[in-house]
Design a protein around this ligand. Structure first.
Ligand code: ADP
Length: 163
């Protein structure tokens, strides 16, 4: 039985993330989706809000659970008996970043393997930063994120504009 971790910022979760999650949960016995907390970076959503969005989206999936982690991902994986880190790749620049990260993680814990999953071509231009920019201009997010995420993004952008 192999358990895996899918770590990321998920600020916000997109159809690209969900596609990787759906595919990975078909391969691994259990998938831990982990919101990696970086308190130095302020995102659009707080880590707790991202956790809430993911919990709502992933509730129907029996072998998927959602967690917050503010320590090293390899430590989280080891503590939960997971031997694999799953990462999605969209492009060659993505790959070179992910490759370096995987070497770093391998150095931290040689017992944990990183597995790369190429994006579905439908989602290869999809990134969370583009969604935030589009939302600021009230762009249509329908093809990028689930309805509840699009609503949460619009609410958040309105709040930020007011504050
Ligand atoms: P990070 O800040 O750690 O890169 P992200 O939330 O941006 O976190 O992404 C988490 C993981 O999901 C990463 O492996 C990233 O490459 C992958 N990912 C993000 N968007 C897509 C997409 N459209 N298709 C496939 N993988 C994606």
């Amino acid at each position: 039985m192999v358990k895996a971790v899918f770590p990321g910022s998920f600020d916000p979760p997109t159809f690209g993330h969900l596609n990787i999650i759906e595919r990975a949960r078909g391969i691994f016995e259990e998938l831990y989706v982990v919101v990696a907390v970086n308190r130095q970076k302020t995102g659009l959503f707080s880590p707790e809000e991202r956790l809430g969005l993911l919990q709502e989206l992933l509730a129907p999936y029996g072998n998927v659970s959602v967690h917050l982690c503010d320590s090293l991902i390899v430590n989280f994986a080891r503590d939960h008996g997971c031997r694999v880190l799953v990462r999605g790749v969209r492009s060659v620049p993505d790959f070179s970043y992910e490759f370096e990260l995987s070497i770093l993680n391998k150095g931290l814990d040689p017992g944990i393997e990183t597995i790369f999953m190429p994006t579905d071509p439908k989602y290869f231009v999809l990134r969370s930063s583009a969604i935030k920019e589009l939302a600021a201009f009230d762009g249509d997010l329908t093809n990028m994120v689930p309805t509840q995420v699009a609503e949460a993004v619009r609410r958040k952008v309105r709040e930020e504009n007011r504050g």
